[in-house]
Design a protein around this ligand. Structure first.
Ligand code: FAD
Length: 374
């Protein structure tokens, strides 16, 4: 059986690895002139680490990612709102996106990766299965669901980069919530730190536009001026021309199905979500393993496999997208000082109970086996 994956992002490459693992012949078509990812970090949550484990890639990712460290949320003065010890925290592995992309590519033979090829219509694609992993502005989604709503601006702009300097391990994984803004740090395996900042702002750019122009680092500095250590030091260790800025968009109207005919939508093409739970790429990786397992079990019955894929993936990913939107609303989007004070007080008391469970319940996911004898 032959699959063509449209789009060589993290979702598309994971789908290619997973489908090959169950015996499919796979070609990945990527419109860019080279395979790669932007220069920022990505948090690989435990659910996605399990998906990667099913593909035999979890150890490679763990080797380059965050060691097991403590984590927590602070206010802008550095006072803990929540704290989780390293031993209790589910292991979130932050990696440089380019490195994760490289790990996935290393599991694929060169000849199945084709660059400089933009797919304009599924009609052009000769395959038993087409995996539309062509991102938030998916052309294939627009072709198959012509009237479906476009991605909408989520009200937040975000900056990301990675430091050049290395920081001590005890930095931990941290998020700082201010009024209308947040800043987060995730240490990489080699001591460099990937960071992000987000703030409520009017829309400037389309979802697929990445700005490096202007004084983006200066804007972040102004945003978090006077915030607690080590935020200033992390920014000092960041070359200004490496800072990326994106306006955050999402598919706010859930699709009625992720499949049509021999086509499966996957990742952002199916369920582009806000990044406030760090699950966009993670759920794309989950999609990939579930799709491959369904294909393996259905043998040549592609419509049957796709119906099963849709049944398993749509409710979960749409629930995560909804929860992520909610986290943004009660997180960095709160600006009213009274509301911020109430939120912070609530976080201090409910950390170990329902509050944190609400944030972490989606991490409890186990991939289907890709070994047909299991
Ligand atoms: C600021 C920010 C922070 C984030 N942080 C996290 C995080 O910590 N953890 C997490 O899990 N997620 C995070 N995400 C979300 C995550 O980046 C996305 O969900 C994920 O990258 C989507 O992967 P994808 O493969 O579905 O799509 P994409 O990465 O968009 O890949 C689509 C690919 O398809 C190609 N393409 C498009 N159209 C065509 C065509 N017609 N023909 C051929 N090729 C085509 C594109 O060139 C691209 O390579 C974050 C997102 C943002 C904006």
């Amino acid at each position: 059986m032959k699959a063509v994956v449209v789009g060589g992002g993290l979702g598309g490459l994971t789908a290619a690895v997973a489908l090959r693992k169950v015996g499919w012949e796979v070609t990945v078509l990527e419109r860019a002139p080279a395979f790669g990812e932007v220069g920022a970090g990505v948090g690989v949550m435990p659910n996605a680490m399990r998906a990667l484990a099913e593909l035999g890639l979890a150890d490679d990712v763990r080797r380059i990612g965050t060691p097991r460290v403590a984590g927590g949320i602070r206010d802008t003065r550095g006072r803990a709102l929540t704290h989780v010890d390293a031993s209790q925290m589910e292991h979130v592995v932050a990696v440089h996106r380019a490195d994760l992309h490289r790990v996935l590519r290393s599991a694929l033979p060169e000849e199945c990766l084709v660059t400089d090829t933009e797919v304009r219509s599924v009609e052009e694609v000769d395959a038993d299965l087409v995996v539309a992993a062509d991102g938030i502005r998916s052309r294939i989604r627009q072709e198959l669901f012509p009237g479906s709503p476009q991605p909408v601006y989520a009200g937040t702009t975000a900056w990301r980069s990675v430091t050049t300097a290395r920081f001590p391990r005890d930095l931990g994984i941290g998020q700082t919530l201010g009024p209308g803004s947040e800043f987060g740090v995730l240490p990489l395996g080699d001591g460099r730190v990937c960071w992000y900042a987000a703030t409520v702002a009017p829309a400037r750019h389309r979802s697929d536009h990445c700005s490096r122009s202007g004084d983006e680092l200066g804007e972040v500095r102004r945003l978090v001026r006077d915030w607690h250590h080590p935020i200033g030091a992390v920014l000092d260790a960041t070359p200004p021309d490496t800072v990326l800025r994106h306006d955050i968009h999402e598919l706010a109207t859930p699709l009625p199905t992720y499949v049509r005919g021999r086509v499966a939508l996957l990742g952002d093409a199916a369920h582009a979500m806000t990044p406030y739970l760090g699950q966009g790429a993670c759920t794309a990786m989950e999609d990939a393993v579930v799709l491959a397992a369904a294909c393996a079990r259905a043998h040549a019955d592609v419509p049957g496999a796709l119906a099963e894929y849709d049944r398993q993936r749509r409710p979960r990913t749409q629930a995560i997208a909804k929860a992520s939107r909610m986290v943004g609303r009660v997180g960095h989007k709160l600006r009213n000082p009274v509301a911020v004070a109430v939120r912070d007080a609530a976080m201090r008391v409910v950390t170990s109970a329902p509050g944190v469970r609400g944030m972490t319940k989606f991490l409890d996911w186990t991939p289907p086996s890709l070994s047909l004898d299991r």
